[in-house]
Ligand binder design. Structure first.
Ligand SMILES: CC(C)C(=O)C(=O)O
Length: 278
């Protein structure tokens, strides 16, 4: 429940089963993924990212089986710009009531391709994903270590190519709340077609700032937060879903669709599934 002053809905995107699983020595079983996805669905999570078939072959079947069970949340699979990865996610999402392909492109300083190659890659991969699915997210991998001019051009290209959600990740957890919200503000001001998509943030906790960075981005226009149960995720982890949701529930303007009575059950389930595997 939210009160009348809380007028702006923040979409909660859970990546425990994808980014979280990448942190584990022993991977989750399909039964575990289905059990947690059912809890997340019951809890009111808007989107559940279930896997990355490009990194782990079993994730394709897991996305398929979770898609058969979940009735409310959007089911999402991650793909690089490789056409076979995009096709694998698209076929895995066939049984989903609501499906989303999340295509990522590395654009940070480590990326060894030119700016025009980056833009061509975004154009071709996002358009391909849109041919399969109405709901396409594009993630700017390593956005916080990328030149803002390239980031803005890349976001504009992804939207023109059909992306409906744009994620700005702090992939290596290098930003502070001031730096991160400034980057989000730059994207909001400089990208001409930004109003036609939902802006998402995906923050890592290397400096213990993933929750603070995610919340700071809301005041400058972000409307989706990517997070995970117990903050599970690669290296130091992702923003902790419970902390994000509890902070938003005490905010005067924002609300989420999460039923907080499920947070403890989900946290205990993830602790049990990951015991001895971190
Ligand atoms: C693939 C993207 C979304 C990611 O996990 C990151 O940038 O951390």
């Amino acid at each position: 429940m939210h009160d009348a002053s809380q007028t702006i809905k923040i979409t909660i995107f859970d990546t425990t089963l994808r980014d979280g699983e990448l942190a584990l020595k022993r991977k989750l079983t399909v039964e575990q993924k289905i059990r947690l996805a059912m809890i997340l669905d019951e809890m009111g999570v808007d989107a559940i990212e279930v896997g990355y078939p490009g990194a782990c072959h079993k994730d394709r079947d897991e996305i398929f089986m979770v898609s058969q069970q979940v009735k409310h949340s959007t089911i999402c699979g991650l793909a690089s710009s490789q056409p076979d990865e995009i096709a694998a996610v698209a076929s895995a999402l066939k049984p989903a009531v609501r499906g989303r392909i999340n295509v990522f492109t590395p654009i940070g300083i480590q990326s060894n391709i030119t700016a025009s190659e980056v833009l061509e890659t975004i154009q071709s991969s996002v358009s391909l994903a849109r041919n399969y699915c109405q709901d396409v997210e594009w993630s700017a991998f390593d956005a916080t270590r990328c030149h803002p001019d390239l980031l803005c051009k890349a976001v504009e290209t992804a939207i023109k190519s059909g992306a409906t959600t744009i994620a700005i990740p702090d992939s290596l957890g290098v930003a502070s709340p001031i730096e991160f919200s400034h980057l989000i503000e730059t994207v909001m001001h400089r990208v001409p077609n930004i109003d036609s998509c939902t802006l998402a943030v995906h923050c890592h906790d290397d400096r213990f700032l993933a929750v603070d960075n995610s919340l700071a981005a809301l005041d400058v226009g972000a409307r989706q937060i990517e997070c995970s149960i117990n903050g599970l995720g690669v290296r130091a982890g992702n923003a902790d879903l419970a902390k994000v949701v509890e902070a938003i529930s005490n905010h005067s303007t924002y609300y989420t669709s999460i039923d907080c009575s499920w947070l403890k059950v989900a946290s205990e389930m993830v602790s049990q599934f990951t015991a001895g595997s971190l």
